[in-house]
Every structure is written in structure tokens, then in C-alpha cells.
Design a protein around this ligand. Structure first.
Ligand code: PSU
Ligand code: MN
Length: 306
């Protein structure tokens, strides 16, 4: 194959051409973040949540070396069920294309591809960030540096507590990535409603987020991303005691097994899902569906003439 141009799903292409609202979705949560067989069902539910709120879903991933914006159900099934799907950050995209790989795109890769396609809003579960031992390992997700140069709004439930949340917020500040809480001034901790840190800004409505995007455009400063941090309601979070126990065990296991690098996030997520007997999975799914709904409402607000 020598034609490596990005393929757009027909519905996504039509919507982008007509200026209708589109929401980008990542595939790493499907291939590497959620256990089978729930992952395929959830991938479909995320797309449906976007549709229910009036936008077109564009799940992004790579099938046989072809980068696709708006995977169809066959593609999605393949990325959710076959073995050997690569986890693709931005730097991996061209190599994976040239070698004909199947691959799932992380927040970094999805953001970059979506922004290039003209999509302005992206929904995911939790952002990657600074890992806890980063002072020794230098393990910081490329999600952060990519968002520093990619104009897209990412709706997420903060970063997972498996990371160093405070360090991640500091890096986002340094990198010039905007962070606003959705109806909160506390940065959410993914499974937990409150990640333990204050935010400077809070927005109250999809329209207000759309106004932020418009202001950036009109200022001519579309240099970086905007994180819209959408916490779970307190009564839907993972039981904090169960969370703390599971995290402590997971970090011990991580050290004992010697897992490092890009395998760390999938390893800890899988540990949570098995150790909590599905409780963390249910919370994870709720997070993603709520973020998909909010992202779609932001995309709808942003597509209306101001
Ligand atoms: N958050 C989740 N589930 C996930 C991820 C984040 O709740 O599966 C994925 C995202 O795709 C994110 C990636 O971009 O993990 C970060 O991985 P790393 O730390 O290796 O950059
Ligand atoms: Mn990493």
C-alpha cells in the first residue's frame, strides 16, 4: 500500500463538510483500556451516546495500516477483538501505517488526527499524565505534549489516580494547556469525583465551552488544547476505600512484575477491573458515556452560529 491518506467514514465526511457537530473518540480505551467482551459493547454505547446528544461520532484508529476517522462497525469489532492491536501514540502512526498494522490510537494520537481532520471536540475517559515514579523513569504521557500543540477540546474525568495528579497539573500549566472544570473547581480523579487539587476556572454549560473555543479562534491563539474536566457525581464514584486499597495493591504488583513504559496504564487498568470484580469497570463506563454526552452537547453548541 502506498496511499496513506486518512480515510474518513462517509457519515463523518458528510457532517464535516456540512458543518454539523462531530465528536472524536479514541480506540485505545476499546483495545487496551477495557476488558473483552465488554469493550465492543461499550464502544458501541459511546457512539450511541454521542448520537443521542445530536452529534456524529468519529472513532479513530488504524486498520491494516489505514488510518481511519470514523471507524465502521466492522473496523470497531476488529480493533476490539483481534490480538496484537498496537497502542499508537503520535510517533507510531507513520510506522504502523507503513508496516500495515492494526492499531488503537491514544489520546495523543486521536487528538492530533482529529484536529487535522477539522474536529474540535473529543471525548475520552481519563487523560494520560505524569506517572508516579516519573522523577526516576521520565514516564510522562505524550498526551500532555501533544495537547500543548493541538487545538482540540478534550472532555475527560481528569487523570487517573494511578498517576501523579499534582505533577500532571503542573505540566499542563507549563505546556500551556487550558484546564476548566465542568461545574466544579476541583480537578476530578477519574474513578473518584475529587482528585485532590483545585482548578482556577469552572464553566457551567456546553455553550460556555463553545464560547471559549470561539474566543481562542478570534484571538488567533489556537495553539493548544483545552481540557474540560467532567467529574462523576459523588454517588457514582468508586468507593474511595476500595479505590485506595486496589491502587496500593496495583502499584506493588507493578513493581514486582517489572512492567514499564506504555504497558503500565493497561496493566493498572486491568488490575482495577479484576480486583474490584467489575466495580471499576462499571464506573469507567459511566465516565466515558457521560463525557461522550457532554462532548456532543459542546460540539452542538460550537456548530451553531454565534
Ligand atoms: N485513560 C483511561 N483508559 C485508557 C487510557 C487512558 O481511562 O485506556 C489510555 C488513553 O488512550 C491514553 C493512554 O492516551 O491510556 C495513555 O497511555 P500512556 O500513559 O502510555 O501515554
Ligand atoms: Mn508512558
Amino acid at each position: 500500500m502506498t496511499d496513506f491518506h486518512i480515510r474518513h467514514g462517509a457519515e463523518v465526511a458528510d457532517a464535516l463538510r456540512a458543518g454539523r457537530p462531530v465528536v472524536a473518540l479514541e480506540s485505545t480505551i476499546v483495545s487496551h483500556g477495557l476488558p473483552r467482551p465488554d469493550n465492543l459493547r461499550v464502544a458501541r454505547e459511546i457512539e450511541q451516546a454521542v448520537r443521542d446528544a445530536g452529534a456524529v461520532p468519529a472513532t479513530i484508529g488504524m486498520v491494516g495500516g489505514q488510518l481511519v476517522v470514523g471507524l465502521d462497525d466492522g473496523d470497531l469489532t476488529r480493533l476490539a477483538t483481534v490480538d496484537g492491536v498496537a497502542k499508537l501514540s503520535v510517533r507510531d502512526l507513520a510506522v504502523a501505517a507503513a508496516t500495515g498494522a492494526d492499531g488503537a490510537t491514544t489520546v495523543a494520537a486521536t487528538s492530533a488526527v482529529a484536529a487535522a481532520a477539522g474536529i474540535r471536540v473529543f471525548a475520552t475517559g481519563g487523560l494520560g499524565g505524569v506517572h508516579r515514579e516519573a522523577a526516576q523513569t521520565f514516564d510522562e504521557s505524550a498526551d500532555l505534549t501533544t495537547l500543548a500543540r493541538t487545538p482540540i477540546a478534550v472532555v475527560c474525568a481528569g487523570v487517573k489516580s494511578i498517576l501523579d495528579v499534582g505533577a500532571t497539573l503542573e505540566r499542563l500549566e507549563t505546556l500551556g494547556v487550558g484546564v476548566v472544570g465542568y461545574r466544579t473547581r476541583r480537578f476530578p480523579g477519574f474513578y473518584l469525583t475529587d482528585g485532590g487539587f483545585d482548578l482556577d476556572w469552572s464553566v457551567d454549560s456546553p455553550e460556555q465551552v463553545a464560547a471559549v473555543l470561539t474566543a481562542r479562534d478570534q484571538h488567533g491563539l489556537r495553539t493548544g488544547g483545552l481540557i474540560v474536566a467532567n467529574p462523576l457525581p459523588a454517588d457514582e464514584q468508586l468507593d474511595p476505600a476500595l479505590h485506595d486499597r486496589t491502587l496500593a495493591d496495583g502499584l506493588t504488583l507493578l513493581e514486582r512484575t517489572g512492567v514499564t513504559g506504555k504497558a503500565v496504564t493497561p496493566f493498572l487498568l486491568a488490575h482495577f477491573h479484576s480486583a474490584t470484580e467489575g466495580a471499576s469497570l462499571a464506573v469507567n463506563v459511566r465516565i466515558i458515556l457521560r463525557n461522550a454526552d457532554l462532548a456532543a452537547r459542546i460540539a452542538v453548541a460550537a456548530s451553531r452560529p454565534a
